[in-house]
Structures are given as C-alpha cells and as structure tokens.
Write a protein that binds this ligand. Structure first.
Ligand code: PEP
Ligand code: MG
Length: 578
C-alpha cells in the first residue's frame, strides 16, 4: 500500500530505489547486489561453504579424544544436523534468488527470520537453541568470508539502494557512500547535523527526522525520496512514479541550464563583484569545485581526514593532502580550517573509554581541543605552513569565543614557523582568519576583526548557539530559523564590524549556499560566500539577477521587523522582486 511519511528534507534532489534497512549496530553487514545471471554462482559459493562447514565439523568430531563428554559430541552432532537442515539451506537460497544479493546477506536475513521465530517460543530451552543457530550460521559466514576475494563486491554493497536507518554518523555515511547508496532516510537528525551537510556535499538526497521509518518501511520496499519536500513515499503508485520521473528530468534540465553560466563572473546586474568559493569536505568535492568554477576554497573541513582512521594522520599525510589542494587550486586561495573535532564529529581514537562528555557542543570542541592538545594541533600547523610555500593559504580557526584563543594560535604559528625554518623546511605566509560561530564572537566581532586578516561566519553553529537548539536534534529542528531577528542582528553586526575596520568577511555556513537568503545577505553587505560546490551556480544565478542598490534599500525593512511571519514574507517579496 502506498504510504507518504514526512520528515526534514536536508539534502535536495530526488531518488528512486529499494529500501535497505539498517540500524547503527548492524551497519557492518555487507550486502552486495549481484547481477541476476550471477545469482546461481552465488548459490554455488554458498553450497560450497556449507560443504566445507560440514567437513570441518566432521574433522572435529573424528578427532575428539577418547572420553570426551557426551554433551560435546551431541552438540557437534546437532550442529552437523543443522547444516543438513533444509530451512537453513533453502531459506538463504530463496532470499538470494529474490533479492539478487550475496550469500552472506541472505544468511543474515535468514538469521533474523529464525531469531524472530525462536524469540516467540514459550519454552525457554527451545528458545535458547537460537544460540546454536547463531553458531552454525557464524561457521558458514566464516567459510564464506575466507573464500571471499577482496573487500568490495561487484558494484559495491548498497548500489542504488535507499538506506533507511535510525541514525548515522558522518563516518558511516562516508563508508556507505563508497558502497553506492542512492538516498538516505533517518529517524533522527536535523538539517544542520554534519551528516546532513555531508549528504549535501555527496549529493545524496536525504530526509531526516522521519520518525518510525524503520518500522513503517520494510526491507526491499520501493521508495521515492524527495529531499526538496522532506517526504518519503513507500510503494508509490504509477502516477506518483510518473511525477517523480518527470521531476528527475527537470532537475537534469535545470543543471544543464546552470552550466551555461559556469564561466561568467558572479556580478550583480548593477556591477558589484561577488566572490563565490566552495566548501570542501572530501577529495571528490574538488571535482565539483571545478565543475562550478568556484573562486577558491572558502572552507576546507580538515576533520574529515581524521574520521574513520584508527589514528590521527601525521604531519606528512596532512602535508600531502594540503599540498595537493593548493596545487590543484593553482593560485586560487585555499582556506584550511584547523581541526574542528568534538560535538557530532567524534573519532574513536580520541574517545576516553567510560567517559561521556556532559554536553559535547559546549565542551572541548574545535580550537579548545587543539589548544588543549598540542600533539594533535602542532603537526597540523606544521603541515599547513609547509603547504603555504606552494600557493596562497588561509588558516581559519573554528569556534573562537575569546581573543585570548586567537593570541595563543598566533603565538603557536610563529613558534612553528621558526622551528620549521630552523629545520630547513620551506614555509609560506598565511592569512589568519577566525570563524564567527559563537554569539560572543559575533557580539565582539570588531575586536576579532582588528586582530585577524579575515572573518568567516559559520551560521550553522551561530544559529545553534544563539537559539539554543542542538543542530543534530530533530525534535527542536522546528526552532531552527536563519531569519530569527536575533540571528539577523548578529549577522549584520558582524558584517558591519568587519567592514568598519577594513577586514574582509565571508560566510561559510549553510545559509551562504541557500538561494532563499542570497539577496538578503547581499543587501546586508556580504560580498564573499563559501558553500557546498553544488550550490555555487545556483547562487551565481541569483547574484547575477540582483540589483545591489535595490537590495540595500529594501533590507532595513527586514531588519526592523520583529514578527517571524512578517520577516519571512518580506524575504519572499525581496526574492520575487526583479
Ligand atoms: C558552521 O558552523 O556554520 C560551519 C561552517 O562549520 P561546521 O558546519 O563545520 O560546524
Ligand atoms: Mg561550525
């Protein structure tokens, strides 16, 4: 039956695919789609693993020393019998034929089915026999695993599937992206979570905060994910499918239209030049940056180098990556943000077992963590300064809340530079900038601007900290409002303060890449934007169709308004004006 479930559209676009259900603790299960004509080979592989498992048990039984207790022999016999049992053989084979999937996955699906049956058993003894089933299945899995060649199956494990999960962190999303997921649906999470940002960066249509998705959607359901409207449709009817296929074609047409302005400068209709740079999280963003012809990298989130790694990358590894970026940008500036770990970007190697931060967003995050731990910070500074010898590099400090932190960073940079020179290393000049993403920093933007070469407004955190809403908590997502008068005041204050002392100011939060706010920000005086590369051309189109003088006249009306509905209506009016 067709079903529409609503959540928060966090990454635009539309995808059609079959559901793959996963919960965090089971994400390591490897499902691989196999070509239909390869299913019989997969079944052969499964039968071979069964034969080998039986043989293994036979050898164990044959070698049992005399006097082995009866229970042990019995236990081996039971397992050997199970390996002959038709449900354990025919069940996975049927699943492989139905889902065109690999044997491991089919076996896991069968395990879940059997577990449900055993859990329903009244008799505790019989119910406990599930342990035997688990052990037998593990034995077969081990045989399959040992026989497997290479880690990734043909075409990746999740190719074309829509992942439906309770929650997923950025590190896991990266892994799943490599395995080819087409779209993401999660029960938890909001538009500002790093997972959402990453989904946008990876161009994975995503809807989050879809409560009970895991129970409303079944494995294999046909799904339409509409990341623009924040809706997921399960088992859609023909007319819905027709509508979405047409929508997909429209999106492709729009993309082709945008590519025509790729080489045009970003300049308003009345001649004001605007800089449009790209945020880079992952190496593949570089390709998108080129496609969009962005003016440089306005934010490189270095923490992604640290995720999914058993240990922090050393100086050389970091240098290679930064140097690669600088060379690829060929004279355009690269803004390298120092490590912003903490809050929703945790790495295992830095978790202290048994401790849970009381509130990670307000704790030892970003520059606080780095200043507290020179062993992680100094190799990064060394790598950045060395990469700066190869082209223009800007260093950006995340989550500044007082100028003392900034002076400490300056001091460390100077000392590192001296050390590198003494060691005969090539170092380059860097501009030093600070992120304005904490209300305290926005309120004292002038003093930051006086001591820095540039400011960059991080609206994702600025909104989170100003409105006291956790950016990953979908329950308070309805309070997330970039047009809240308090947010607008802090933005204007920061832009004005920087301009008053002649310090360039840019914006690299998600607001900078949302065309709903482009005109408002231009009217407030912003001229430097950095965004996900996929948004650059859309923003350029709005910039090129805007008239700065008109915007400047209009914006004070928005800044004076206090009613959120009135503000939203005025912004709409501004966007619709010609
Ligand atoms: C921001 O807070 O707006 C920002 C760009 O940083 P991040 O999203 O990485 O916290
Ligand atoms: Mg931030």
């Amino acid at each position: 039956m067709a079903l529409a479930i609503y959540g928060i559209g966090v990454s635009r676009g539309v995808a059609l695919g079959n559901a793959h259900l996963a919960r965090r603790d089971r994400l390591d299960i490897q499902e691989q789609l196999v070509d239909h004509d390869q299913v019989e080979n997969e079944i052969k592989r499964f039968r071979k693993a069964l034969r080998e498992s039986r043989e293994e048990l036979r050898l164990v039984r044959d070698r049992l020393p005399a006097g082995t207790p009866g229970e042990i022999t019995e236990f081996i016999d039971i397992h050997a019998l199970m390996l002959e049992d038709s449900s354990l053989i025919e069940g996975p084979i049927k699943i492989m034929r139905e889902l065109d999937c690999n044997a491991e996955w089919a076996l896991n699906v069968e395990r879940s089915r059997l577990r449900r049956i055993f859990e329903d058993m009244e008799d505790p003894y019989i119910s406990s026999r599930m342990d035997d089933v688990d052990q037998v299945i593990d034995r077969i899995q081990n045989r399959l695993h040992e026989r497997a060649t290479g880690k990734d199956g043909p075409g990746g494990s999740y190719r074309g599937r829509v992942l439906v999960a309770d929650d997923i962190d950025p590190a896991d999303l990266l892994l799943l992206h490599h395995q080819g997921i087409a779209a993401l649906v999660t029960e938890l999470g909001g538009a500002l979570s790093h997972t959402a940002i990453l989904a946008r960066s990876l161009k994975i249509p995503a809807v989050m905060g879809v409560h009970h998705a895991g129970s409303l959607i079944a494995e294999g359901d046909s799904l339409v994910v509409d990341g623009d409207r924040g809706v997921v449709m399960a088992e859609p009817g023909r007319s819905v499918l027709k509508h979405y296929r047409e929508k997909l074609r429209c999106i492709q047409r729009r993309q082709r239209g945008l590519s025509r302005i790729r080489t045009k400068p970003a300049r308003t209709a009345d001649g004001t030049s605007v800089s449009l740079q790209a945020n880079v999280d992952l190496p593949q963003d570089m390709k998108l940056l080129d496609e969009a012809n962005a003016d440089g990298v306005g934010l490189y989130r270095t923490e992604y180098l640290f995720l999914n790694q058993p240990e922090a990358p050393d100086e050389e590894t970091q240098f290679d990556v930064y140097a690669g970026l600088v060379k690829a940008l060929d004279g355009r500036p690269v803004t390298i943000r120092t490590l912003d770990l903490g809050a929703d970007k945790q790495v295992d190697s830095r978790r202290v077992p048994g401790t849970a931060p009381i509130n990670p967003s307000l704790g030892l995050r970003a520059i606080r963590m780095c200043l507290n731990d020179p062993a992680i910070f100094l190799p990064q500074l060394r790598a950045i300064l060395r990469a700066a010898a190869l082209g223009p590099v800007r260093v950006l400090i995340p989550m500044l809340s007082n100028t003392q932190e900034l002076f400490q960073v300056k001091h460390l940079l100077q000392a590192t530079r001296r050390e590198l020179k003494a060691q005969g290393q090539e170092v380059g000049e860097v501009e030093l900038g600070g992120m304005i993403e904490v209300p305290a920093a926005a309120l004292s933007a002038r003093s930051f601007a006086k001591h820095l070469d540039f400011l960059s407004i991080g609206t994702n955190d600025l909104i989170q900290y100003t409105l006291a809403i956790d950016r990953i908590d979908d329950q308070v997502g309805y309070l997330y409002d970039p047009l809240h008068p308090a947010v607008l005041k802090l933005l204007k204050m920061t832009i004005d303060a920087a301009r008053a002392v002649g310090t360039p100011v840019s914006m690299c939060g998600e607001m900078a890449g949302d065309t709903a706010y482009t005109r408002l920000l231009l009217g407030m005086g912003l001229r430097d934007f950095s965004m996900h590369p996929g948004a650059v051309l859309e923003v350029k189109q709005v910039v090129n169709n805007s008239d700065i003088e008109l915007l400047k006249r209009f914006c004070p009306r928005i800044m004076r308004a206090t009613n959120p509905l009135r503000i939203a209506a005025l912004v709409r009016e501004l966007n619709e004006s010609v």
